[in-house]
Design a protein around this ligand. Structure first.
Ligand SMILES: [Zn+2]
Ligand SMILES: [Zn+2]
Length: 342
């Protein structure tokens, strides 16, 4: 058994030689700084406290900032906190934090207050974005003049979607700007890793060739070298649906993926896969948009009789047995002969 050095009462446990009552007598258990600053980004509206920025309700941010700043004496532990705030003047809120504390098996209460000041500022991400900051340029170029604008727009949209997805988990990811240039589009991106990911996505989607070049742009205050990387992605000349030449045969290009291409032989309708390294060997024979339509006269099994669109003579075409033949079919002329294009 111990005795309290102040009141002399017997007590089981002492804190600094005092019984709990004497220890608590007139003592502040919690304190708050005179004021706490909470930053608001005037551009994106996100709330910054310390170094972290989050999208958060302002009222919640004000009360959380006060709670996060609460200092509790080392002998006690806060079990719960309640906050109440009043706007004193614009941008300044008086926040009272009432806490329930546990000390030496006793429960005690205390109350502290602070002024939470709202500071308008621009977060680092927005200041970079507004300042046209970028670390990577993705240059998407058409393989030839024939590549329609639609394909370039589609590629740009792919990059926008990728950035949207990545920005959900990383707020430093953004497109600084995208501009149309001769033969393609230049997309300025906030980080090198984003540039790399976007280049890979486009390259995989279109089986496109990629080149990258890094340029030293300076040195950070910490002495780290800073680079800017340019990714040049050249879209191939061919598009899905085109008739292409490959290894001396003619194929309809069915699909392109990161692993290669799927093609269908125009002569026998057999599908085959072509590995990615061979895809650059494709040569466009006829664009899907340039295929001609032939009027179907009759169809029986693997044969369809059509009118040659050039001279309206009747021609027999071989068609797949399971092909659904409508009033017209797409045809391509190879060495003076007409072929059905599935
Ligand atoms: Zn005492
Ligand atoms: Zn911002």
């Amino acid at each position: 058994m111990n005795f309290c050095v102040k009141c002399g009462n017997e007590t089981e446990r002492t804190i600094n030689g005092l019984c709990t009552e004497c220890f608590l007598d007139g003592r502040k258990l919690t304190s708050l700084p005179h004021h706490v600053d909470v930053k608001i980004c005037t551009n994106c509206g996100e709330i910054g406290f310390g170094e972290t920025w989050v999208a958060k309700n302002i009222q919640e941010a004000i009360e959380d900032a006060a709670k996060d700043s609460l200092i509790v004496i080392k002998e006690a532990k806060a079990v719960s906190m309640e906050t109440a705030s009043v706007e004193q003047e614009p941008y300044t809120h008086l926040v009272v934090v009432d806490s329930v504390l546990e000390i030496n098996g006793y429960t005690a209460e205390d109350s502290s207050s602070t002024f939470v000041r709202l500071k308008n500022t621009v977060c680092k991400r927005c200041s970079r974005q507004l300042g046209n900051y970028y670390e990577a340029i993705l240059q998407i170029r058409a393989g030839s003049k024939d590549v329609p604008k639609r394909v370039m727009q589609e590629a740009l949209r792919r990059v926008e979607n990728l950035v949207d997805t990545q920005s959900l988990s990383n707020r430093h990811v953004f497109i600084t700007k995208a501009e149309e240039v001769q033969g393609g589009v230049d997309i300025y991106l906030s980080s090198i890793s984003l540039g790399k990911a976007a280049a890979k996505d486009i390259s995989d989607t279109y089986c496109a060739e990629t080149k990258e070049a890094a340029k030293l742009t300076g040195v950070t205050e910490e002495g780290q070298e800073m680079y800017r990387v340019t990714y040049l992605v050249r879209l191939p000349d061919f598009l899905v649906g085109d008739v292409i030449q490959f290894e001396g045969r003619y194929f309809k290009l069915m699909r392109i993926s990161s692993s290669g291409a799927k093609v269908m032989d125009i002569m026998n309708f057999r599908e085959r896969s072509v590995k990615r390294s061979d895809v650059p060997l494709f040569k466009v024979y006829a664009r899907s948009a340039d295929l001609r339509e032939a009027v179907v006269v009759s169809r029986a099994g693997e044969e369809a009789q059509v009118l040659n669109p050039s001279n309206y003579s009747t021609v027999d075409l071989t068609v797949p047995t399971d092909a659904e033949i409508e009033d017209t079919v797409n045809v391509v002329e190879i060495d003076d002969a007409l072929y059905y294009v599935p």
